[in-house]
Design a protein around this ligand. Structure first.
Ligand code: MLT
Length: 269
């Protein structure tokens, strides 16, 4: 992995291959390793940039982030700063998984001229309900006292389908290891940021770039129905349901996700 100092934080990122630039934004509580199969598949024909977002993986966050939270627009601004710092001047194909999707919406809002096409993957356009928001803020307080193990226990059944949890221990282990490497301060920062994210549903009609909307057929967090609704509201989007996958499509059915992305990327050139 490469890394770069951006003001107070050090951002780690994968940067592999040459060709059209594809940026992969990971979800919560994960890091760029959740995209490993796609980094391998896409970097044969594309330049793939996959940051560990502020605090996650090998990146650092600012001391105040845990208490103040990191907004989705702050993560988006970090990604824009990274692209600027490594001299990526061309438009990018931006893919955002789950929390990475919340960040993707903000990136398109803040830097529309930087986006050639985009891929919301297993994500949502709506904000948290008041109850979900309270739950996140409570968990942000608790994780600082109790550590990440309760988060892992709560998240695994939401991230992976029952089929994967029962039959594919290697995926369960991989996702668990990635979650276990997150610090409580990083988890608290992102929970507080997700809790205050805005509802972008009414803005979807203004996101005019070509889009590919991906959803796991058994996704328990962002259902295929909800994601089909997002695709319907986007002016220029195609929807693909990924079979044999829960929320973590990139690891549960990596071949289908990579094939869908490669086909979409080819159409943009
Ligand atoms: C994710 O996978 O990034 C999270 O589940 C998103 C969320 O908690 O809303």
């Amino acid at each position: 992995m490469k890394s770069i100092q951006l003001g107070a934080i050090n951002l780690a990122y994968e940067d592999q291959g040459t060709g059209p630039v594809v940026v992969l934004l990971h979800g919560y509580p994960l890091d760029s390793r959740m995209w490993q199969p796609q980094i391998d598949a896409l970097s044969k024909t594309c330049r793939v940039i996959a940051p560990d977002l502020r605090g996650f993986g090998q990146s650092t966050q600012a001391p105040e982030d845990a208490a103040s939270g990191v907004s989705m627009s702050r993560y988006a601004a970090d990604v824009a700063e990274l692209l600027r710092a490594i001299d990526v001047t061309e438009q990018v194909i931006l893919c955002g998984f789950s929390m990475g999707g919340y960040i993707l919406w903000q990136f398109i809002r803040q830097f529309p001229e930087r986006v050639k096409a985009f891929v919301p993957c297993d994500t949502r356009a709506i904000a948290d309900t008041a109850e979900a928001r309270q739950g996140r803020l409570k968990t942000a307080d608790e994780v600082m006292k109790s550590g990440v193990e309760p988060i892992i226990t709560a998240m695994l059944p939401k991230l992976l389908s029952e089929r994967t949890r029962n039959a594919r221990p290697e995926i369960v282990e991989k996702v668990t290891a990635i979650m276990r490497s997150c610090s409580p301060a990083t988890i608290a920062a992102s929970l507080r940021g997700m809790a205050v994210r805005s509802d972008v549903t009414t803005e979807l009609a203004s996101f005019t770039q070509p889009a590919l909307v991906l959803s796991g057929a058994e996704d328990a967090i962002s259902s295929p129905e909800e994601m089909r609704g997002i695709a319907d509201k986007l002016p220029n989007a195609k929807f693909i349901e990924i079979p044999r996958a829960g929320h973590m499509t990139t690891l549960e059915n990596p071949e289908a996700v990579s094939a869908a992305l490669l086909d979409f990327i080819k159409r943009q050139s």
